[in-house]
Design a protein around this ligand. Structure first.
Ligand SMILES: [Zn+2]
Length: 305
């Protein structure tokens, strides 16, 4: 088994994290942010299970694809020689009810999006995309409810849902699926990975301006802004975590680039954005080392390589 494409936090989740920490979020955005974190944790948990598979398959995680103008997102795609597993991971928690193809929190009218609709749509799009690439592999879709504290009452037995108690057997099935991959399958995986987009067109972030946002570096571990720089190390006053100052600066630079993609990255703006780095030289050296410098003197700025 090979991971062809690894999972990373989405741009939306990272941007919401920055905004949450630097200006706070309204209730609906905060819920969206916490849901994204929870979903991501579930997906990472599932990655931890698939990484132990020994079968001959290629795993592509976390794909954002587009076909015929329609975006679709895939949590996990597993390519075997004669079939494809399409997997969506849900980290829902608590008691829920399945009623007339709708999903409710038990005892309330609160309706969740039915993951069945999502995965069926995804299957159709993927099928068309594969056809356009000259492939006709059958697709096996599954929605995995990974949280052991999740129950879904009254689900018809033929829905492609799997619960935590069924996961070991499902993983065994994945492992025992006969497969002999060829170079062509690897080309397909490469092609699909190359079509992955990093930014969704459907992402809606709350409005923000540079002036509104709290400046400063935060701890990568506990997200506290109570950090200080000592020699070449950033030290957290809350959890005592240490991070090389260059790494902390670059983390802040990537965050700035994500929030303000149109803005020029200059030493001065990063100095202000980081807030706590005492030496301009230190910022200059870090930017020079990791980014590409454009222009000279006072008008110079940096771009991502
Ligand atoms: Zn900390």
């Amino acid at each position: 088994m090979d991971f062809y494409k690894k999972r990373t936090p989405s741009a939306e989740m990272l941007a919401l994290r920055s905004l949450y920490l630097r200006m706070g979020l309204a209730d609906s955005d905060r819920n969206q942010y916490f849901n994204l974190i929870k979903g991501y944790q579930g997906e990472v948990l599932f990655d931890g299970m698939t990484k132990n598979l020994t079968c001959d398959c290629i795993i592509l995680n976390d794909l954002l694809l587009s076909f015929g103008g329609n975006e679709f997102q895939i949590d996990t795609l597993m390519i075997y020689s004669a079939l494809i597993y399409l997997i969506d991971v849900k980290n829902f928690e608590g008691d829920h009810l399945y009623d007339k193809e709708k999903l409710y929190r038990l005892g309330s009218d609160y309706e969740l999006k039915n993951p069945l609709n999502q995965i069926q749509r995804c299957e159709t799009q993927l099928h068309q995309m594969l056809q356009s690439l000259g492939w006709k592999l059958p697709i096996h879709p599954s929605v995995i409810f990974i949280n052991p504290d999740f129950t879904l009452y009254q689900t018809p037995i033929d829905r492609p849902f799997l619960y935590r108690s069924q996961l070991n057997r499902f993983l065994q099935k994945l492992n025992q699926t006969p497969s002999k991959l060829t170079a062509k399958h690897w080309q397909l995986a490469e092609k699909i990975a190359s079509l992955h987009q990093t930014q969704s067109k459907n992402t809606k972030l709350p409005a923000y301006t540079y002036g509104q946002l709290k400046k400063g570096n935060f701890c990568e571990k506990c997200e506290s802004f109570s950090v200080t720089v000592k020699d070449r190390t950033m030290v957290c006053g809350t959890c005592e975590h240490k991070e090389p100052v260059g790494a902390a600066i670059m983390r802040a630079v990537r965050e700035f680039g994500l929030l303000f993609p149109g803005e020029r990255l200059t030493t001065n703006i990063i100095m202000e954005w980081c807030g706590i780095i005492p030496s301009k030289k230190c910022i200059q050296n870090t930017l020079g080392k990791h980014l590409e410098k454009c222009g000279v003197g006072r008008g110079s700025y940096y771009v991502f390589k």
